[in-house]
Ligand binder design. Sequence first.
Ligand SMILES: Nc1ncnc2c1ncn2[C@@H]1O[C@H](COP(=O)(O)OP(=O)(O)OP(=O)(O)O)[C@@H](O)[C@H]1O
Ligand SMILES: [Mg+2]
Length: 431
Amino acid sequence: MGAAALDPRRALAAYGEDYGTRYFKFGPLVEQKPRVVESVGLFLEESHLLKMFGIERQLVVGDEVRRFLGAKSALARSVVYPLTDGEVRRDDERAWLVLSELTRKGFEQFKGFKEGRKDFDGFYVTAALSAIAPEYMREELLKIHAKVDGETGLVKAFTVIPQPLAVAIAEKEISCVVVESGHGNTQITPIHTYPIREAVVALYRGGAEADAIAAEVLKDLGYGDLASDEIAVRRFKEEAGLIPLELDDAVRRAREDPERFRCRIKLSALTEVDVGDKGWYRFLIGEVVFNPAHEIFESYRKKGVLSIRDARLGEETVEGTLPLDEALLRSIRKTPTALHDTLLSRIILSGGNFQWKAPENLKDVAVNAPGKVKHLLSKRLGGSVNVEVRLTQDPQFSVWKGCVVWSLALPENYLWNEKRGEGWFKRGVHY
Ligand SMILES: Nc1ncnc2c1ncn2[C@@H]1O[C@H](COP(=O)(O)OP(=O)(O)OP(=O)(O)O)[C@@H](O)[C@H]1O
Ligand SMILES: [Mg+2]
C-alpha cells in the first residue's frame, strides 16, 4: 500500500461507493467523508404543473424525492427503494434505473475534477456490495459504470468488494470478524486475509426492524398518526431507543422508576413525543436488533410487524430471528479452530444500526452495541474466554472508507481475475 499511497495522482482518482438499503454513500477519497443520499427513486407521471416548474424528468432520485412527496399524494405509489436487504432483483427494471441514476448523479457532482487537470482521466472506483449479493449485481453495476463513463469520462476503472472486507480494510485488520449491520441486513463475516466465504452468516434484518418496533411503540403511546411517517419513526427510534444490558432487568427497573426513563422528543416545531411513564418501551427498540426471538416480541410477530426472512446459505437455512450472539458463534465455528481465539478477540461492529447511544445517567442498565455483544458472548461462553468487541470510528462510513483505500491500493495494472474475484475492469479493456 505504501508506494501507492504516495502517488498523489492515484490518491486524487480514488473513489468509493457503498450501496446501502437506506443510504447510498459515495465520493472520492480526497473528501475524507462520503456524500450520503437516500437510496430511493420516484417515477413521476407526466404533469403540466411540474413542467411549469421546469421539471421534465420522469425519474428523480435521492433526497430530491422528498420534495415531491406530499404525504398522502398519489405519487407515493411510484416510490422505489431499489435495494431490499442489500439486494436488487435481476429483473426489477425500475430498481436498476434508480441505481443507475443514483450512480450517475453521484459522479456528476465531481465533474469538476477533470477541469484543468491533464493528468486526471477518470476515477478508480470501488463499489461495495453485501457479502452474499448475487453475481449478477456486480455485472449490472459494471454495465452502469461503463455507461456513466461513456457519458462523462469519469470512470477509468471499476471493481467490487464485499462490504465486510471493506470494513476490515478500513480498520487495518487481517484477522477479525466483521459484523456489518445497516438498515436492511446484518452480515457476519470472519476474515483471515480474505473473507471466509463458507463462514458468512447473513441475517435479513437491520435498522428496519427497530423502526418497526418504534412505530408500534408510537401507536401504544397514543401517537398512531406518526407511526406511518417514516422520518418521524426513524428520528424517534434513534433518539429514544436504548440497548438494555439485560432486557428483563431493564424493563423491571424502568417500570419501578419511570421518571428516570422518561424522555420527550421533539420531532418538529409542532410535534413532540412524550413517552410518559412508559419509558420501559425504549428498551424494546434496541433489543430487537440483538434478539428479535425474545418472547417479549411475540405479539409483534403475531401481528406480522416483525416478519424477517430466513437466509439460505448453501444447504443451510439461517433463521432471520436468530439471536446475534448465536449467529456470531455459528459463524466463528465454521472457521478453522486455530483461528477461533483470535477471532473472538477481534470482533468489529460497523453500520448505522450499531450507532446507539448509551446515556451516562442510565449506564447501569443501557449499553452501547459493543457492550451488549460482549455481554451476550461472555454470558454464553463464561467469563474466562477473552472476548473483545469494538465499534468502528464512523460506523456508517466504514464501508466507504475501505472502498477508497482499496481504490488507492489495488495496482493499476491488476486486471479483473474471475477466480480470485478481484482486480480492475478497465476502460479500453473491458468497456
Ligand atoms: N444513532 C442511531 N441509533 C440507532 N440507529 C441508527 C442511528 N444512526 C443511524 N441508525 C440507523 O442505521 C440505519 C442506516 O445505517 P446504514 O447507513 O449503515 O444502512 P445501509 O447501508 O443503508 O443499509 P444496508 O447496509 O443494510 O444495506 C438506519 O436504520 C438508521 O435508522
Ligand atoms: Mg450498508
